[in-house]
Design a protein around this ligand. Sequence first.
Ligand SMILES: *Cc1c(COP(=O)(O)O)cnc(C)c1O
Length: 360
Amino acid sequence: MAFALNTYPITYRSKFTDGKWPQEYLEKPHKTQEEEAAMSEDARAKLENSRNHYEDMPLVNYTSQYGLACFEGLKALPQKNGGLAIFRPDKNAARFARSMEGLKMPPFPDKLFMEACIETVKRNAALGFYPHYESAWEKDSYMTANSVYIRPFTIAEGGIGVNLSSEPYVMVINTPVSSYFSSGRSDAIVSDKVRAMPNGTGWIKACSNYVISALAKSQALKDGYMECVFLDGTNRKYIEEGSSCNIFFYLKSGELVTPELGDTILPGITRESIIELARDKGIKVQERKISIDEAMEEAKECFVSGTAAGATPLTSLTYQGKKAVFNDGNTGELTIEIRDTIKGIQYGKLPDTKGWMVKV
Ligand SMILES: *Cc1c(COP(=O)(O)O)cnc(C)c1O
């Protein structure tokens, strides 16, 4: 997925003060969406920079110094029959509050989270900043489709000593995003790094967790792979996640297996949705431990899941010099079916029978 480096003009901010969350919508300098698209990269970077000056916010804080923060990621998708809709924002709201509580911050209320997400998208759209639905996307099942990426996150109050945050800011930015999948093979390698340990922060969407993900992913790319896979830190045996997405294995036995949740795995909303959709299709889904040996010997398909990834196939997995190739290196049938179903619901091509889409 390619993230364009320009945020939309409207940003939401709330600073927890005296037990309350006051609401602010900040409109940053902008031109029209079309004018901005036509600008040179340099000019756009300059404009973007001018948008990011929040001079009343503390430069030195527990986030910038020690990585104390959490975030969310969700999408508003242009709908086939018009308008924009957000995929399961109530789930992100609940997870954001849980993450904040896990970091001992006052939790941001679900209702305000939903409002901030919907309202930023709505206000940006009113200024002309939104992606237009294109029927051409249907031909490749939305692999080249655009959407609005909504990124809520926390920033701690000013401070230099190692500390927790009791009066954080919550910000919500919107940025255009295109889902981008290369049609070629996507080979993965098992990382020697440990993403999360028991009793740690792996279950929280905590910013500090992503340093390991970035290091592991960059090593994988350097070694010629597209993705890396983490094993558990205790036994170095059981599969946990992709670099920042959950993982599924479709076994020769016909079972779809994904690692069971615990405190080292991030409970993905796409993961949860795929489990439900697969069960609806009559597929036996198991949430359980799966060892690297079992995955390499028994899987006929493998894919990773997340807001950014959707359901992206991994065509092979390499571990200690051994390589397991899934489905002869082609995207498997079940992977395609799951991907088409979830994308179809998200872009309004398939009926939303579960009430997952929230209209903007
Ligand atoms: C966000 C994230 C996921 C995917 O979660 P979704 O809710 O499906 O986007 C998976 N793993 C990690 C580590 C994540 O940060």
